[in-house]
Structures are given as C-alpha cells and as structure tokens.
Write a protein that binds this ligand. Structure first.
Ligand code: ZN
Length: 485
C-alpha cells in the first residue's frame, strides 16, 4: 500500500509540474507519463493478493475499535479496493491520459474563448465517464457513482435536498443585497510582488511554514500535497486582490494535509477525508476567518502599508465592506460568499444533464448562459467567463463541484463547534493569533486523515449529518444585516 501511495503522489507531482513549470510543448509526453504511472498504481492496487489480505485481516479488524488506525486502514482500503477493482487498468490509464490532454486543450480554448475547440474534449470526458459508470452495479442515479469518488457514500438525492434548501434562501438574499456599485479602490494598483509578500504574512500566521510549504503560480489556483511536509500551493495574480483570498483558500487545504498524523503517511489514510471536508477547511480560512472583521482589524494596517497608492485614504470599514460586497459576477472563484452557492447549483444541474444526455455538449454554452441568468440574474457576455472558466471537466472531474458548496455548509457546522470550544476566538483573531484555532482543527479533524467519511466525521464532531442551517444563519447574520444597517 505504501508503494501504491508513492505512485499516487508521483502522479500529483507530474500534475503539479504540468500546471506550474512544464513548457506547453511537454503536454503530449506528459500525458503518456501520467497514464503509465496511473497504470502501475492501479495494477498494483487491484491485485488479487490485496483482496486476499483484506479477507484475512477481517477478524483482526473486528477485534479493534472502529476508530483505531489499523481498523480504519483495513476498512478504508477495502472500500477503495472495491471501488477500483471493477475498473479495467486500461480504462484507468486512458482516463488519466485524457485528463492531462484535456487540461492542456482547455487552457488554450479558455484563452481563446473558443468553446468549439474544447467541445471534443468534453465529449471524450463524457464518453469515458459512461464507460467508468458501466463498471459498477447500477446506482439509483448514474451521477451517484461519480459523486462517490469525492464524497464516499453520499447520494445525488441528499445533495439535491441540501441545495434546494440553499436556493430557497440564497436567491432572495441576493436580490435583497446584490449591488453593482464598485469600490473604486478595489481596482488597485496592487503590484504582484507586494501581493505575494502580503499573502505570505497571512499564510505564515495561519501555519504555513517554509520548511513544508511552497507558493507558486498557475492558471488555476490549487493545492497538492506530496507528503505531510511537502505541501504545494499555487495562486495567480490578477488586477484585484483575489490572489490574497485564493492563497488563504489554498492554505486551508494545505493546513489540512499538513495536519494529518505522521503515522498515516504513505498509507491510503494519509490525506483529507473527502472533498467537502477539504473544502470546508479552505473556505473556513478564506472566508469565515479571512473576510471577517476581527481578521481585518489585525491585517488592515499591513495591507494599507503594502498598497499605499490604492488604499492610503481608505478606512477599515470601507475596505471590509468592499471585500464582502455581494455582486452578480460571472466567475465562481471570484464570487462572494452569498452568490457562490448558486454558481455550484448551476454546475451540479448541468453536469447531471450532460451525463444523462438530456443536454448535448454543443448546446452547453446556451444552456449555461440561460441558467446563469435565471439563477444569478445577469447575462453572460462570453464563454471565457461562462462555461469555459473552470478546469474541472477538462481533467475529467465530473461530480466534483457539489463538494465546494457542501464544504461551505460543513465549514459553518464545524465553526460553530470551534466557537463553543474557544469563546474568545474573535479576540484571538484580532491579535493575529491563530494557534488555538489551528490546533483545535488539527486535533479534531486534520490528524484523522481519511479514517472517517464526511458523515462519520460530522457525527463525531457535531452529532448530525450535513445540515445547511448553520451556514444559512451565518449568511443571514453577515450579509442580511448589512442591508439593515
Ligand atoms: Zn478549494
């Protein structure tokens, strides 16, 4: 299992390199390299011998407490083995190759705003997904099988129920608070070098240490971890201050990976439990902390000093309002906390329609634009800021988007627990002190790695399943009140 894990981290490294350092010309051979390593990892893992050992270990597993490292290792490995075993190695390698080639094609198509150039890759992704789904026993909905890759055990029906509730509250909230008024100072200038230095100040206070983390540039910001002490974050510098927030976001992912107990390294347990729990951590550090007033009471003097030209005459209150402005924007990653959920609901619905064939890929831009206007209330000017904006479909990640919004929901379930445990958390944040928050999260969540599913984790932490109400209370309190004021 350690060797399988090593190979999977080699895949992460090849992917990180492709997105950060590789010259574009390397794309063709890189896709082959990724397919080869994926093939080796898959063959090694689905071997009959692993199945035999898992059977042999069953009595040992049953003799141990559920939460012990060994019982968890056997249980989670069995779940992974049963999920990967039915997938032919050739298909697994083909998906890795298509993902790598698709990402390169997407980057060029996005740059050119040319959906037609990307469409054949989307068709290929869908064709591969159908072959992948056909490897398993039929589920209630085909989409369940894709969702399960990111959220073990969660069903489309459950996600739909959460999203329906969110939609009910968020659509009227956006109508009530969205504004087109832009704060002039948010246009900068924010020189890249100063942005990088400032981002690192925040990240280091959160727990980014240079022995174990890096921050590089890529087209689409992401975080990957090659080991507990080798965590790679990326960002991109644009005209506004998005980079600061996206760096805090990726740092949240990185802290989770860095916080996994060393005993779990080089095992299938040595990473975050699910994509929604992962995203709960990135969003917690980016938004719940990083866009809060206590955080900015601490961070504002440094920010103002970093950008005297843009922010010299601006007050803390004006700035805090500007970074929490609710706006009908096109880009998911740059959208505010209120509209964000609607961006995800849009993708969740379109993915299901593409998968079922109810929506033809050629009709995607039109369907995207119509649905966007219906949900978010503004027309999309072009595909670059429409259906071409995200990397996910090009890399084969269908069924991934719901995790983002579930992460927002879960982040507030967890944050309510942090508040109970640390009643003076706001005062700590105002002092720029994040050690207690980080330690609470490490102790209660990060160190467990993949030992527990999302449902098991929430049961242990808050005693319920995924519950949208704490998140909706938070949105109402933070954004509803700005209207009243
Ligand atoms: Zn994220």
């Amino acid at each position: 299992l350690a060797e399988v894990e090593d190979l999977s981290r080699v895949i992460y490294l090849l992917d990180w390199d492709q997105q950060v350092l590789m010259p574009r010309g390397g794309g063709t051979v890189r896709a082959e390299q990724l397919a080869t390593v994926q093939k080796l990892a898959h063959e090694l893992f689905i071997d009959d011998e692993i199945g035999r050992l898992l059977d042999e270990l069953r009595p040992y597993e049953e003799s141990l407490p559920f939460e012990s490292d060994d019982a968890s290792l056997i249980r989670v490995t069995r779940r992974d083995w049963e999920k990967q075993r039915p997938v032919p190695t050739d298909l697994s390698a083909e998906m890795a190759k298509a993902g790598s080639e698709g990402m390169a094609a997407w980057a060029a198509a996005r740059e050119a705003g040319d959906f037609g150039a990307f469409r054949p890759w989307l068709d290929r992704t869908l064709e591969l997904k159908h072959r992948y789904i056909a490897c398993f026993e039929p589920a209630e909905e085909s989409y369940d099988i894709l969702l399960d890759d990111y959220e073990p055990g969660l069903t489309t029906t459950e996600v739909r129920a959460v999203f329906d509730r969110l939609r009910e509250v968020i659509v009227p909230l956006v109508d009530a608070v969205a504004t087109d008024e832009a704060a002039r100072f948010m246009a900068g200038p924010f020189p890249s070098q100063a942005q990088r230095a400032l981002s690192l100040e925040a990240l280091k206070a959160f727990g980014f240490d240079e022995e174990s983390f890096r921050l590089d540039l890529s087209v689409h910001p992401f975080c990957t971890s090659l080991g507990i002490d080798d965590v790679r974050l990326t960002t991109r510098f644009e005209e506004g201050l998005e980079s600061l927030f996206s760096s805090m976001h990726e740092c949240g992912h990185g802290l989770y990976e860095h916080g996994v107990a060393p005993a779990l390294e080089r095992t299938p347990l040595g990473t975050g439990a699910s994509m929604s729990l992962h995203e709960s951590q990135s969003r917690l550090w980016e938004n719940v902390i990083g866009r809060s007033l206590p955080f900015w009471r601490w961070f504002w003097p440094m920010t103002q000093a970093a950008f005297p030209e843009a922010l010299g005459g601006v007050t803390l209150e004006e700035f805090h309002r500007a970074i929490n402005r609710v706006r009908r924007s096109y880009i998911r990653v740059a959208s505010d906390e209120v509209t964000y959920g609607l961006h995800i609901i849009l993708r969740f619905e379109l993915e299901q329609e593409l998968l079922s064939g109810r929506l033809a890929t050629g009709d995607l831009p039109e369907a995207w634009n119509a649905r966007f206007e219906e949900l978010i209330g503004t027309p999309v000017p072009d595909d670059r800021v429409g259906c071409l904006q995200d990397i996910h479909w090009s890399g084969g990640a269908l069924g991934y988007f719901p995790s983002y919004q579930l992460g927002n929901v879960v982040s507030l379930q967890i944050w309510e627990k942090v508040r109970e445990a640390l009643p003076d958390v706001d005062e700590q944040i105002e002092r720029g002190s994040f050690g207690d928050v980080h330690e609470w999260l490490r102790e209660n969540l990060y160190r467990h790695g993949r030992k527990f599913t999302t449902a098991e984790t929430l049961e242990r932490l808050v005693g319920t399943g995924i519950d949208p109400e704490p998140y909706l209370r938070y949105l109402q309190a933070k954004f509803g009140s700005t209207v009243a004021a």
